[in-house]
Design a protein around this ligand. Structure first.
Ligand code: ZN
Length: 561
C-alpha cells in the first residue's frame, strides 16, 4: 500500500463503479477499533439498508442520489485504473493538479472536478491516486481522533451527529454541512501546493513600497498612502505573519490592500480575499476585477454554484474557505469582527488551514475585538492604523439623548429628535430586536404619516428590495436591526439608535452604526444620535473610540473638517 493511502478502501458514491461487496469493514471509518470484526452480510439485507441510508441522505439533503457502493482502491486493485489511457496524458494530469491544488475535496465535489476535466470517476480516482503516490496528495478519513474526541478534518469541529449504518455507528459533521455534508464513511482528498513549471519570480526586495503604490492607478489620500506603505513594510520587511489594519469606518481600507495584493500576484503567489458575509464578497469582487483586469477573479459564495476554475486571486466567504488547505500565500480577511466569523472557531480554523505555512494574513476592521487587540499588545500581531475617512472629514461623534422610547408621551420628544435629523437626510433607525423593528415601524408610520417609513431584518423576504428603495431615496425612515450595521453607504444618511443602552449593543456595534453617517464625499458630515434610558460602558467606549480615532487623524494632519 502506498504511504499516502492509509485507508485501503475508498467509498465512492457513484452508480458507475463496479458493485463490489465489502469483505471487511471500511477503513475510512475512524472508529473501527470499537467495531466488531467484519460482519457477514446478506445481499438483501445490504440492499435494504443501503436504500434506507439513501433515503435518509436524501431527506437530510445530503446530495447523494445513488446507492452507496464500495470501490477498492488498494494498490493491488489499482493497476486496472492505471492502465487506462487518460492517466498517461500528462497535459490532463497537469490540468487536474492546477484545479485541485490547495483544495481538500470531499466526495460530493469529485463530480464537479470530473465534469471540469471531462473524465470519468475511475479516471479521476486514478489521477488522485497518482498524485498521492507522487507524494503531493493524501487521502484522509473525515474524522481524526485526538485522545477521546473526534474532529472533522475539513473544519476542525468536534460537533457531530451519530447515526446507525451498515458498518456501525456513523458520524456526520454538523459544522461544515453548509458546503456539503460529510460523514465518517466518506473520505477527504487533499492536494498540497505543487510547483507549476515556468513561473517567473519577482524579487520582492527590489519592489519598494513607493514604486508599487505609484505604479497603481488608485488615487490615495495621504493617510491611505501612509497606511499602504506601512502594510507593505510589515509584510515584506518585518515579515509579520499577521497584521491588523485598524481603519475608521469609511476609510477605504480595502483599496489600501491593493498594492500589496498586486505585489503578491506579480510574484505568482496566490491571494485570497475573504469576508464573513456574502454581500461584502459580492461588493468587493467587481472592485478587485476593475483594478486587476488581467486576472480572472473567482468569487466563491453560497449564492453561486461551486466554481473549480483555478485562480490566482480568489474572493470567498469564510464558509467557502473551508474547501482549501494551505493554498494561499496572502489572505486579506475583511470584517474580522463581524458575524458569523467572530466567535466561530470553525471559520477561524478554516482561515488558518487555508493559509500556507509561510503565508501572511491581514485582518481588516473598523472595530477590532478585544482578542485581536490583545494579540497586538503581546506583539503576536502587527498593527497599521488608518484613522481618517477617504474624504478627510472626521467620523461624527454620537450625540446622546436621554429618553426611554415608549409609544406615549416620550414619543413627542423622540419625534422632535427625528424631525431635526430628517431635515439633513434619510434616517436609519437601529433597534436591537426583530420584534422591536416591527413595533417601531408601526409606531413611526403613525407618528410620521406624511413620510415613508419601512422596516427590515435579516430574514425579511423583501429586505433587498427595501434596501434598494432606501438607497434610491424612496424611503425616509428605515427601521432595522444590525443588518445594516456594516458595509452600507447611503448618501446623506442620519442615524438614530433607539435603546442604545440595550445589552445586545457593545461598543463595536455602536461604532459601526454611528459609522454609517457622512461616508460619501458629497455629504461628508452627518449626525448619529444614541437614544437611551441609562448610560452604559458600551456607549462611553464607543464615543471614546471615535474621538481617539479623530484625534489620531488630526495628529497625522489629515483632517479636513
Ligand atoms: Zn466539518
Amino acid at each position: 500500500m502506498s504511504p499516502g493511502l492509509p485507508l485501503g478502501k475508498l467509498l465512492a458514491v457513484t452508480a458507475g463503479l463496479p458493485n463490489k461487496k465489502p469483505t471487511t469493514q471500511p477503513a475510512t471509518q475512524p472508529f473501527s477499533s470499537a467495531l466488531p470484526s467484519a460482519p457477514v452480510i446478506d445481499r438483501d439485507f445490504e440492499n435494504r439498508l443501503a436504500q434506507k441510508l439513501t433515503n435518509r441522505m436524501k431527506k437530510e439533503n445530503m446530495g447523494v442520489q445513488e446507492k452507496v457502493r464500495w470501490q477498492d482502491t488498494s494498490r493491488e486493485a489499482l493497476p486496472e485504473a492505471f492502465n487506462i489511457e487518460v492517466l498517461q496524458n500528462e497535459t490532463m494530469y497537469q490540468k487536474f493538479l492546477r484545479i485541485a491544488e490547495g483544495r481538500q475535496l470531499a466526495e460530493n465535489e469529485f463530480r464537479i472536478v470530473e465534469k471540469k476535466l471531462g473524465v470519468s470517476t475511475k479516471e479521476l480516482l486514478g489521477f488522485m491516486q497518482k498524485a498521492v503516490q507522487s507524494g503531493n496528495a493524501e487521502w484522509l478519513p473525515i474524522f481524526e481522533q485526538v485522545r477521546s474526541r473526534y474532529f472533522c478534518r475539513r473544519c476542525g469541529s468536534s460537533h457531530y451527529e451519530e447515526w446507525p449504518s451498515l458498518y456501525g455507528d456513523t458520524y456526520t459533521c454538523l459544522d461544515c454541512r453548509e458546503i456539503g455534508p460529510l460523514n465518517s464513511l466518506q473520505i477527504l482528498f487533499r492536494l498540497h501546493s505543487v510547483d507549476v513549471p515556468g513561473q517567473t519570480q519577482v524579487d520582492t526586495d527590489k519592489c519598494k513600497p513607493d514604486q508599487t503604490i505609484r505604479s497603481y492607478s488608485l488615487e490615495f489620500t495621504f493617510a491611505q498612502e501612509k497606511a499602504a506603505e506601512e502594510l507593505w513594510q510589515q509584510v515584506h520587511r518585518q515579515k509579520a505573519q499577521e497584521t491588523l489594519l485598524w481603519a475608521a469606518c469609511g476609510a477605504g481600507k480595502t483599496e489600501v490592500c491593493f498594492p500589496l495584493i498586486d505585489s503578491f500576484l506579480r510574484q505568482n503567489k496566490k491571494v485570497l480575499f475573504a469576508a464573513p458575509r456574502q454581500d461584502v464578497v459580492h461588493d468587493v469582487q467587481p472592485r478587485l476585477q476593475k483594478n486587476f483586469p488581467e486576472y480572472n477573479i473567482k468569487i466563491l459564495s453560497g449564492a453561486l454554484p461551486q466554481d473549480m476554475e483555478p485562480s490566482k486571486l480568489t474572493v470567498a466567504t469564510t464558509h467557502q474557505v473551508l474547501r482549501f488547505y494551505r493554498a494561499f500565500h496572502l489572505i486579506i480577511l475583511d470584517e474580522t469582527d463581524a458575524y458569523p466569523y467572530e466567535g466561530s472557531s470553525v471559520l477561524e480554523y478554516g482561515i488558518r488551514q487555508a493559509l500556507r505555512p509561510d503565508g501572511q494574513i491581514i485582518c481588516l476592521t473598523a472595530t477590532p475585538s478585544a482578542e485581536i487587540l490583545l494579540r497586538v499588545k503581546s506583539q503576536k500581531c502587527a498593527i497599521v492604523r488608518l484613522p481618517v475617512r477617504h474624504h478627510g472629514f472626521p467620523v461624527p461623534v454620537p450625540e446622546w439623548q436621554k429618553n426611554k422610547p415608549t409609544r406615549d408621551r416620550s414619543l413627542v420628544e423622540l419625534k422632535k429628535v427625528l424631525l431635526k435629523l430628517i431635515a439633513d437626510g434619510p434616517i436609519l433607525v437601529f433597534v436591537p430586536t426583530v420584534a422591536l423593528v416591527k413595533e417601531w415601524t408601526g409606531v413611526l408610520k403613525m407618528a410620521f404619516c406624511n413620510l415613508r417609513v419601512e422596516g427590515s431584518w435579516s430574514s425579511d423576504a423583501a429586505r433587498r428590495e427595501k434596501i434598494v428603495l432606501f438607497r434610491q431615496g424612496d424611503i425616509n425612515i428605515f427601521v432595522c436591526t444590525s443588518i445594516l450595521e456594516r458595509g452600507i453607504t447611503i448618501k446623506g444618511v442620519q442615524v438614530a439608535v433607539l435603546f442604545a443602552d440595550h445589552t445586545l449593543y457593545d461598543a463595536r456595534a455602536l461604532v459601526q452604526m454611528a459609522g454609517r453617517t457622512g461616508r460619501s464625499a458629497e455629504c461628508p458630515v452627518g449626525r448619529a444620535v444614541f437614544i437611551y434610558a441609562e448610560q452604559t460602558q458600551a456607549m462611553i467606549q464607543a464615543n471614546r473610540w471615535i474621538q481617539d480615532q479623530n484625534r489620531l487623524a488630526e495628529e497625522w494632519g489629515c483632517l479636513n473638517g
